[in-house]
Ligand binder design. Structure first.
Ligand code: LMR
Length: 346
C-alpha cells in the first residue's frame, strides 16, 4: 500500500502545484482510512420472530446466526430478536417489506394476509400423515412455485422449517366436535383455520401470538391450538385445564428475506448465507419433532394440564366435519390441482 501511495504522489506531482498536491494527499489518505474502517464494518442482518428462543424456530434462528457469522468470517452479523420483542405478527411482514428487518420466518398460516392464498394448503386439517410427507411438497415443485409468488411482493423465500403438529387446548375437555360449541378459540389469521373452527361450532378469534397467553389467562378466549413446543414455551399449559392430543394440523415456517437487501448483497456473501441457511434447515427439520417430544414430556411431568388423546375413531369424526373445507379448496383450485397435492403426500 505504501509503495502504491508513493507512486501515486510522484505521478501527480508532475501535474500539480504544491498546495494542490497537499489537498490531494489529504483527501486520498482520508479515503483510504474510511475505506479500511468500512471494510471492517459487518453487514447487519436483523432476524425477527415471535416465539421463544427454545422452540424449533427460535433454535433455528440462533443456529443460523452462528453459522452465517462463521461462514462469512464475521462479515455478516445476524441480530436475532425473538418472542415478538422487535415486531409482532401482523406487523412483521410490513417491517420486512420496508427493510426494518431483513429476515423472518412466519408460519405459513400467515401468508394469506399478503394475498398469497396458496400457502393455505399447509393449514388443511389431517392432510399430512407426518412431516416427511409434507416435505414432498416443500422440497418439490410446489415449494418453488410458492416462493416465486413472494417475489412480486418484495420478498424472497429461502427455506421451509418445521415446527410440528397442532393439538387443541382449552378450559373444557375436548373430545368430540360438539365440545367446541359456543367456545371461543384463538386462531392464526388464516382462512382455513377460520373455516375449521366455524365447522366445529366454535367462535374463531384471530389474535397475535404475543397476546394469546394473557387472553387465555384472563378468559378472553377459552382455548387455542398449538404445536406442543409453542404451548410449553409460552407457558399456556399453566393457564389451560385440558390438552387434547389431536395432531389435526401442521404448523411450519417459510424463511423469507427482503428482496432488495438480499439481491444487493455481494455475491460471495449471499452464497455463504445460502449455505448457512441450507445447513440450518437440515438442523431445524431434524430437531423439531424431538423438541416437541421433549416439551411434551416436560408438560406431563409438571402435571398441571389434563391430557387426553383422540383415538383414530374420534379423529375420523373430525375429518368428516372438516370435509367442507376440502370441498371449498377443490372449487377454488380445481380437482386436478388438489389431486396432485393428495398424491404427493400419500
Ligand atoms: C402462532 O401464531 O400461533 C404461530 O404462528 C407462532 C409461531 O411463529 O410459531
Amino acid at each position: 500500500m505504501e509503495m502504491f501511495i508513493y507512486k501515486f504522489i510522484i505521478t501527480i506531482r508532475i501535474k500539480m502545484n504544491k498546495s494542490k498536491l497537499f489537498k490531494t494527499i489529504i483527501s486520498f489518505s482520508i479515503a483510504i482510512l474510511a475505506g479500511s474502517v468500512m471494510a471492517e464494518e459487518p453487514i447487519i442482518l436483523k432476524f425477527s420472530h415471535v416465539v421463544k428462543p427454545t422452540t424449533p424456530k427460535g433454535l433455528g434462528a440462533l443456529y443460523f446466526a452462528k453459522k452465517a457469522e462463521e461462514l462469512t468470517k464475521g462479515k455478516v452479523k445476524v441480530e436475532v430478536y425473538p418472542n415478538s420483542t422487535l415486531f409482532k405478527d401482523g406487523d412483521e411482514l410490513n417491517a420486512l417489506k420496508s427493510n426494518k428487518v431483513q429476515m423472518l420466518a412466519p408460519s405459513m398460516a400467515k401468508f394469506g394476509e399478503l394475498g398469497i392464498q396458496e400457502f393455505e394448503i399447509f393449514d388443511l386439517p389431517f392432510l399430512f400423515k407426518d412431516t416427511s410427507k409434507l416435505h414432498n411438497l416443500t422440497t418439490g415443485e410446489m415449494g418453488k412455485v410458492l416462493f416465486k409468488k413472494l417475489e412480486p411482493k418484495g420478498y424472497i423465500g429461502l427455506a421451509y422449517w418445521d415446527n410440528g403438529f397442532k393439538s387443541f387446548s382449552s378450559n373444557y375437555k375436548l373430545i368430540s366436535p360438539k365440545d367446541f360449541k359456543g367456545k371461543t378459540f384463538r386462531i392464526q389469521d388464516s382462512n382455513i383455520l377460520n373455516q375449521q373452527m366455524t365447522l366445529l361450532g366454535g367462535r374463531a378469534f384471530s389474535m397475535k401470538f404475543s397476546e394469546v397467553y394473557t387472553a387465555l389467562k384472563t378468559g378472553v378466549i377459552d382455548g387455542t391450538e398449538n404445536p406442543i413446543s409453542n404451548l410449553y414455551a409460552q407457558k399456556m399449559h399453566e393457564v389451560q385445564k385440558y390438552l387434547t392430543i389431536s395432531e389435526h394440523g401442521y404448523l411450519g415456517y417459510s424463511v423469507i428475506v427482503n428482496k432488495d437487501y438480499w439481491e444487493k448483497l455481494p455475491k460471495d456473501i449471499r452464497g455463504q448465507l445460502e449455505l448457512a441457511m441450507k445447513d440450518t434447515t437440515e438442523y431445524v427439520n431434524k430437531i423439531a419433532q424431538d423438541k416437541n417430544n421433549a416439551d411434551f414430556e416436560a408438560i406431563k411431568k409438571i402435571g398441571k394440564i389434563k391430557i387426553t388423546y383422540l383415538s383414530d375413531k374420534e379423529k375420523a369424526v373430525y375429518r368428516k366435519e372438516f370435509q367442507p373445507i376440502y370441498d371449498n379448496m377443490e372449487s377454488k383450485y380445481g380437482a386436478s390441482y388438489m389431486d396432485a397435492i393428495y398424491k404427493s403426500v400419500e
